[in-house]
Design a protein around this ligand. Structure first.
Ligand code: C2E
Ligand code: CA
Ligand code: CA
Length: 626
């Protein structure tokens, strides 16, 4: 036999280059990556033993230890290589090895048997043997093919069976990987002397390298920390499998920072913060998310208090930007494996939500595991309520300031859970706005208000119900049409529903104007909610065709704490422009008098009643019961 070593030589160079690049870059201890390293090493071993083995055969070097030794080693590495590829394949399919223990044992034991058979070759001549200085294949040489086809068969079977659960990009990688290897085994069969099938393994290694093994994929170039992708990969090996502890350090109020400092300041600052965190959390992994937070991940409990103290203390000093000294505020999110999450996606989702809360200018400075557990529960309850039409509508009466009679009510959303009891919008509205489910929530509330009006219309003392509209809902161009449909479905006149709208900076004022106009065309009355808290101001107001203005509790209370003519003149000015004025958050009798005196038309607040359930409202405010 005459062997051709050209391929092997070329492959060797490529492999060595890959190997060197791979070991000098920082890596995360991920199973996939460990397997990849093993594959690289095995490939090198196969190449060397293949070449040496072929050489001894070709040159009739019948020195037993050398000819047998190198060929035995070759076959052992050969079997092992296929085995490791198979393991990786199972891992990519996402099989949780702990659950398939028996199957895994069987596969492992057959693999060990292959290796033992190979080892026994000098005595049994099963894989190969030498006779008259010539090399012959043994009866079990065919195992080299059987092994491959079995592994491929099992992989493809599981691939099809688990298809839905496999990550999207692995869905392409896996068939390509086995397809390329199949070509390799076919070539090996028909062109045995070219030592060619290794090149197909090399090809697969290159595909894998570009697909996930490239260390650059998990490094954030700005901070030189691991990135979000690396974090997600680490969590995939932990969620539901083993313990983890993490603390996210969140730079607060980023949107404001971006206005104050330059991008390059913030980049340089992030790098410095990253280096600092790496120093004080030396035994943990530190990740940086592009969104401006850092995650410390550890497999053992973190001394959180001590850690947070150190970080907070450092944040009292300035960080060096490129042009500016930056003073930043930091908040914390803590999570660990006691969280009730089933998938990495769910974990990330909850982490992002918690980070967003802490990040907000008026958000909490830290969220601990218990608080996050509650948030997760609340979100599940919300999702359940949204899909099962189970959001509760509470009603708070609105009183006519002139005669103290109930004339309307505001519909306010509540969730109910057997374990947590009544849950207030403060815990779920912001989240629903974040993930877009506010549209569904708002629709349910609107529908329930219509249902309520329809059911009690005849003996209801009130003239209308106010329903809250989130600015996010207003982005839906079909909203007016949808509401109109519901009105006709329940045969409710639009005049019995008032819509409360808040003005937010992110809604284009022309869009808002159009929507309000369209609502008014149908006959809805429009109230501007939360006037005096934040964005809305008198100058902008006149743009919109509003019917009434709801003074936010903060300016109402503020007026009674520091009575001023400004408030009084503002109310008169608004009234003079034709708006009806509603005062919110009225808790004391003297406030009722004061507000009526300066001309408020309607009063809403705990002084009269807290928001109450539909049944209670019916009992209190319908003619039948009155
Ligand atoms: P809001 O629209 O300003 O609703 C008034 C809030 O003030 C209600 O809080 C109400 O319980 C509370 N309140 C009323 N009178 C008093 C008082 O005398 N003193 C005090 N301290 N508070 C009073 P709630 O029900 O917790 O709702 C909070 C916010 O959640 C609402 O503020 C509203 O922005 C939002 N929200 C509630 N339901 C919905 C909904 O169906 N859709 C949308 N988009 N947002 C909703
Ligand atoms: Ca409101
Ligand atoms: Ca309000």
């Amino acid at each position: 036999m005459s062997w051709n070593y050209d391929f092997i030589l070329a492959e060797m160079f490529v492999l060595m280059a890959m190997f060197l690049y791979y070991v000098v870059r920082p890596r995360l201890p991920l199973l996939k990556k460990k397997l990849f390293l093993v594959m690289l090493v095995l490939e090198i071993a196969v190449l060397i033993t293949d070449a040496v083995g072929a050489y001894t055969i070709e040159n009739y070097i019948n020195v037993y230890p050398l000819s047998y030794g190198s060929n035995i080693l070759y076959f052992m590495c050969f079997f092992m290589r296929a085995f490791v590829f198979f393991m990786l394949s199972l891992h990519l399919i996402g099989l949780n090895c702990q659950k398939n223990k028996i199957g895994l044992y069987v596969i492992f034991i057959t693999f060990v048997m292959f290796e033992l058979i190979t080892l026994s070759t000098p005595f049994t001549e099963l894989i190969f043997y030498f006779e008259n200085d010539r090399y012959y294949r043994g009866v079990l040489y065919i195992l080299t093919y059987i092994q491959f086809f079995t592994y491929m068969g099992i992989s493809l079977y599981l691939y099809v069976k688990q298809f839905e659960k496999i990550e999207k990009r692995e869905r392409i990688t896996l068939p390509i990987m086995w397809g390329v290897l199949l070509c390799g085994y076919i070539m090996r069969y028909i062109r045995n002397t070219y030592l060619i099938e290794n090149i197909f393994y090399l090809l697969v290694l290159i595909i894998l390298f570009f697909n996930y093994a490239d260390p650059a994929m998990i490094i954030d170039s700005q901070t030189e920390l691991y990135n979000e992708h690396g974090f997600a990969e680490m969590m995939k090996e932990r969620v539901g499998k083993k313990d983890y502890y993490l603390v996210a350090c969140v730079i607060k109020n980023k949107s404001l920072l971006r206005e104050v400092y330059t991008v390059s300041d913030l980049q340089r600052g992030s790098k410095e913060i990253g280096a600092f965190l790496k120093r004080i959390a030396a035994k943990s992994f530190v990740f940086y998310s592009f969104d401006g937070y850092f995650i410390i991940l550890s497999d053992t409990p973190i001394a959180v208090e001590e850690f947070q103290q150190k970080v907070t203390k450092r944040f009292e000093q300035a960080w060096n930007g490129t042009f500016n000294q930056m003073y930043l505020n930091v908040g914390y999110v803590r999570m660990d494996s006691s969280l009730d999450v089933v998938s990495t996606d769910e974990l990330l989702h909850n982490l992002y939500a918690a980070v967003a809360k802490v990040e907000a200018a008026n958000g909490p400075d830290s969220l601990n595991v218990e608080q996050i557990k509650r948030q997760i529960k609340v979100r599940n309850i919300l999702n359940y309520a949204l899909t099962n039409n189970d959001v509760q509508m509470y009603l708070q009466p609105i009183i006519d300031a002139k005669n103290g009679k109930v004339v309307g009510a505001e519909a306010l959303a509540r969730l109910y859970d057997d374990e947590l009891g009544l849950i207030y919008p403060g815990e779920f509205v912001a989240y629903a706005e974040q993930n877009g489910s506010i549209a569904e929530l708002g629709m349910q509330m609107f529908m329930k208000a219509c249902q309520f009006i329809r059911a009690y219309r005849g003996n209801l003392n009130i003239e209308w119900i106010n329903v809250n509209l989130s600015p996010i809902q207003c982005l839906d161009r079909n909203l007016v049409y949808k509401f109109n449909n519901i009105l006709s479905q329940y045969q409710v006149p639009a005049s019995m529903v008032h819509l409360e709208i808040t003005e937010e900076s992110y809604i284009d004022s022309n869009t808002l104007k159009d929507i309000i106009r369209n609502f008014k065309k149908i006959g809805f009355e429009i109230a501007l909610d939360d006037f005096g808290s934040g964005y809305a101001n008198i100058a902008r107001l006149t743009k919109y065709p509003l019917d009434s203005i709801k003074l936010d509790r903060s300016i109402v209370v503020g007026y009674f704490e520091h009575p001023s003519d400004v408030f009084v003149s503002m109310v008169s000015a608004l009234k003079a422009s034709g708006y009806k004025i509603v005062a919110e958050g009225v808790e004391e009798e003297y406030m009722v008098h004061g507000l009526s005196k300066i001309g408020c038309d309607y009063i809403q607040g705990f002084y009269y009643s807290k928001p109450i359930s539909e049944q209670e409202f019916v009992k209190k405010y319908t003619k039948e019961y009155a």
